[in-house]
Design a protein around this ligand. Structure first.
Ligand SMILES: Nc1ncnc2c1ncn2[C@@H]1O[C@H](COP(=O)(O)OP(=O)(O)OP(=O)(O)O)[C@@H](O)[C@H]1O
Ligand SMILES: [Mg+2]
Length: 259
């Protein structure tokens, strides 16, 4: 099977910055709201650098054992099984800890020695220290928005990373992304981006997160596959944003005027 490059449209200098971070093996933190291309970017960079990518979606139950490894019972034997972090370390892969702030605190403790000059991992269950392969790199993502005051990353953790902020791209780039991702006409892509820009500026709505590029891509896909435009916008953009009926009605009216 041929390996095709993931499509990623550069928004700023992030590609160059990442290449240098990789060359210097400095851990990389992707910050930004949902649907702004963080995952797509790392897939693209792994492809570009020809490195294996191992992604872990962190949630509140994610522990260091899940990442480092555990003993498992196989027949009459107990054998050690490397977790994804240990595997990445040994193979020289890029590990992507998605939503790192969600993980249990012991995960953060486990990665500390990996994110400084030591580049090694102590596996306490084995009493062993594993040195990182030269090609190993640690990448993490973090959504500062809805985690405000809730789940933060400590400065002693944050300052172990180079950080790049992901946000909604400029209108021209975002329209381009919609065309490339879905095959939709540029005219319609521009209208969708206008709707997004309008809603993003309505800060008085108090939405937890506003229209992401992901929602626009979904709307564009529906339109491209033949669903009426207004209905596509309603189900892909308006309804996912809020359950407040008044806000839904107001946003529907606004969108209907714009598409
Ligand atoms: N710069 C970009 N180039 C190409 N596609 C993009 C870009 N930004 C966003 N997209 C589109 O938006 C979708 C969502 O992006 P992605 O999954 O990378 O978001 P994310 O930032 O990882 O979100 P989350 O925080 O929810 O995981 C992608 O599937 C892609 O279609
Ligand atoms: Mg993601």
């Amino acid at each position: 099977m041929e390996n095709i490059a993931p499509y990623y449209h550069q928004v700023g200098k992030e590609v160059e910055v990442f290449e240098h971070a990789y060359k210097n093996k400095i851990p990389f933190l992707l910050k930004g709201p949902t649907g702004t291309g963080k995952s797509r970017f790392i897939e693209y960079m792994a492809y570009k650098l020809n490195k294996k990518l191992i992604t872990i979606s962190c949630h509140e139950e994610t522990s260091s054992t899940d990442l480092v490894g555990r003993y498992i019972i196989k027949g009459a034997e107990t054998i050690w099984s490397d977790g994804p972090l240990t595997t990445a370390l040994k193979q020289g892969a890029i590990i992507y800890l998605d939503e790192i702030a969600e993980a249990r605190p012991d995960v953060i403790v486990a990665i500390h020695s990996l994110t400084d000059h030591r580049r090694e991992l102590f596996i306490d269950k084995l009493g062993e220290t594993v040195k990182a392969h030269n090609d190993f790199m640690l990448v993490a993502s973090f959504n500062p928005g809805y985690q405000k005051g809730f789940k933060e990353l400590k400065p002693s953790t944050r300052q172990r990373f180079i950080a790049a902020a992901f946000a909604y791209p400029d209108a021209i780039i975002e329209a381009d992304i919609l065309v490339n991702e879905t095959g939709i006409q540029l005219e319609i892509a521009k209208k969708l981006v206008n709707i997004a820009t309008k809603i993003r500026n309505l800060t008085e709505l108090g939405l937890a997160e506003t229209v992401s590029t992901r929602l626009l891509v979904d709307a564009a896909k529906l339109i491209h596959s033949g669903l009426p435009k207004r209905l596509s916008v309603e189900v892909a953009i308006v309804e996912p944003l809020t359950d407040d009926l008044d806000v839904v009605e107001a946003l529907k009216d606004l969108c209907n005027l714009m598409i």
